[in-house]
Design a protein around this ligand. Structure first.
Ligand SMILES: C[S@@+](CC[C@H](N)C(=O)[O-])C[C@H]1O[C@@H](n2cnc3c(N)ncnc32)[C@H](O)[C@@H]1O
Length: 244
């Protein structure tokens, strides 16, 4: 993603972006397009363990009747990039994977289908939450993946093994106090934007479909995606490296 393209669609995306799909996603004008994330794999092993009520993280609710306080608009991560992200994070069946600002939950659907991982997604937009729940249901992974409507900044991440984010760096900065409370050994993986001031354990460049408002990845164009992996506890970056 071009950093400026997404950043400029931040808090004001609902009102200035002409793309129909984004306007639909943000302002509620039209139905969101149904996604087709995570084609079933013949060798997929689904984990049977249900997401129990006791394991359900609490999250501040976002009501459908007030305008969501968007930090980042809905730009889905293209499916091949999702697959690379899960591979980099070394997701396994015992993992609990969170997607903060989960969009249509393709990351969690794929983690459940491919690896049998449990997933928890939160998104602040009720229409996107409905899209995510439909995607989870359509792929038959309701027993593994749970989606909540709410604000990611209220979320306790202490139960997460893997946290996936496709958010702006300024948003990641705000999330840092929560990310710092993750258990030792937990992984954070970010698409495109790094967590400012924290040295990644790995940075990978991956050629994949161009992203943008829903449907962009179907246009045939490609770009290099930046992927960052951190392992908890987070390591502060030396000041000299930060200013480079
Ligand atoms: C760039 S999209 C990423 C979607 C998905 N994670 C993916 O990579 O395909 C960012 C998402 O974050 C959601 N979002 C923005 N601010 C949020 C907040 N404060 N709490 C929860 N979700 C939020 C948006 O509604 C949007 O769906």
């Amino acid at each position: 993603m071009n950093k400026n393209r997404l950043a400029s669609r931040g808090a004001t995306c609902c009102w200035i972006v002409p793309a129909v799909a984004v306007v639909a996603a943000c302002a509620g004008a039209k139905p969101l397009p149904a996604s087709d994330a995570a084609p079933a794999k013949a060798d997929a092993t689904l984990r049977a363990a249900p997401v129990s009520a006791a394991a359900t993280p609490s999250v501040a609710s976002a009501s459908a009747d007030r305008k969501p306080a968007f930090d980042v608009p809905y730009w889905p991560t293209p499916q091949p990039v999702v697959e690379k992200i899960l591979e980099l994070a070394e997701v396994k069946s015992t993992d609990v994977v969170y997607d903060l600002g989960c969009g249509d939950a393709r990351s969690l659907v794929t983690a459940a289908q491919r690896y049998g991982a449990t997933g928890f997604g939160v998104d602040i937009d009720v229409r996107i939450v409905n899209l995510a729940r439909e995607n989870v249901r359509r792929h038959g992974v309701e027993h593994l993946v749970q989606i909540k409507l709410g604000d990611m900044f209220s979320l306790d991440l202490s139960k997460a093994d893997v946290v996936f984010v496709y958010l702006l760096d300024r948003t990641l900065e705000r999330l840092r106090p929560q990310l710092e409370k993750m258990r030792p050994g937990a992984r954070i993986i970010a698409h495109e934007y790094p967590l400012p001031g924290v040295k990644p354990n790995k940075t990978v460049r991956f050629l994949g479909p161009l992203d943008g408002p829903p449907g962009t990845d179907e246009g045939g164009s490609q770009k290099t995606h930046l992927l960052y992996l951190w392992k908890s506890p987070l390591r502060a970056q030396p000041k000299a490296a930060r200013s480079r």
